[in-house]
Design a protein around this ligand. Structure first.
Ligand SMILES: Nc1ncnc2c1ncn2[C@@H]1O[C@H](COP(=O)(O)OP(=O)(O)OP(=O)(O)O)[C@@H](O)[C@H]1O
Ligand SMILES: [Mg+2]
Length: 263
């Protein structure tokens, strides 16, 4: 299988203090955020990235997206073309003056895609997140879960090969979050795209991912990198999955890795 993402010996440090305008000061103090992280993702993998607050998860994701670059080491991504990488944040970041459909169409508009092609892709993306009926509504008229689904539709509309998600469901209530986890899993199965999913939530990671990487507390190092095996293997994920012994066993492994990396 070709590597979609290849991260080797990545280090990233930030200046400790910033000046009055956010610029760097000259005292040379720095914070090491990511310390020698290496892992690769194969095409079509769903990988969860877990770690203590402030350890460097978002920093790593930004380097994968190309928004930031490592100080040492390398980050290689197979597909860096327009629309091939999509990023979903904890906040839906919708434009309030645009309807749901217009928000979802935005990446295609920016990419100069024709009207007809745009409409078809928007409808498909909205259907996939079950938001077809809300196409003409505005962000203020949506629940938090619906806003997040619109944000995911906007990410999917360019048919990305790599989807980077940074705690996308962390602000939602538990039931909404579980429903979105189920929808996302189904989308991943249908589209066969590669997903790197940052979360604090062990149960969410266990439910969604085929593989979990756990970071230590800052500076981030990989303390655990193992497949998640649920029974039935590769089967559908439903709410019943969360009650299986395999689920509890896998979640316990992640918790102990997280505790181990936090000392
Ligand atoms: N642009 C920046 N300038 C200075 N410091 C930064 C910058 N980005 C991140 N940091 C620092 O790097 C460290 C890691 O931050 P990062 O946001 O990657 O953590 P995280 O694991 O995503 O945390 P959380 O779980 O709270 O989202 C933190 O100490 C943070 O303050
Ligand atoms: Mg973060």
């Amino acid at each position: 299988m070709p590597k979609t993402v290849d991260i080797r010996g990545v280090k990233r440090r930030f200046p400790e203090k910033t000046g009055p305008l956010g610029g760097l000061t000259n005292d040379g103090a720095s914070v090491l955020a990511v310390d020698g992280v290496s892992f690769a993702l194969e095409e079509g993998e769903f990988c969860a990235l877990i770690g203590p607050s402030g350890c460097g998860k978002s920093t790593l994701l930004r380097m994968v997206s190309g928004l930031d670059a490592p100080d040492e080491g390398s980050v290689e991504v197979a597909s860096r073309g327009r629309g091939e990488i999509a990023y979903v944040f904890q906040d839906a970041h919708l434009l309030p003056w645009r309807s749901v459909a217009e928000n979802v169409a935005l990446p295609l508009e920016l990419g100069g895609v024709s009207h007809a092609e745009r409409d078809a892709a928007v409808l498909e993306a909205l259907a996939q997140v079950e938001l077809t009926d809300a196409a003409n509504r505005y962000p203020r008229e949506l629940s938090g879960g619906m806003r997040m689904r619109a944000s995911i539709a906007r990410a999917l509309v360019t048919k990305p090969k790599l989807l980077l998600m940074d705690e996308p469901f962390a602000a939602l209530d538990e039931l909404t979050r579980q429903r979105l986890d189920e929808r996302l899993f189904a989308i991943w199965k249908e589209r066969k795209l590669t997903i790197l999913f940052v979360t604090h939530a062990i149960f969410e990671a266990t439910f969604l991912a085929e593989r979990a990487i756990v970071f230590s507390k800052r500076p981030a190092r990989v303390v655990y990198d193992q497949p998640i095996t649920l029974d039935p293997e590769n089967g559908a994920r439903t709410s019943a999955t969360r009650a299986t012994p395999g689920f509890a066993r896998e979640a316990a492994k992640l918790l102990s890795a997280l505790e181990g990396g936090d000392t």
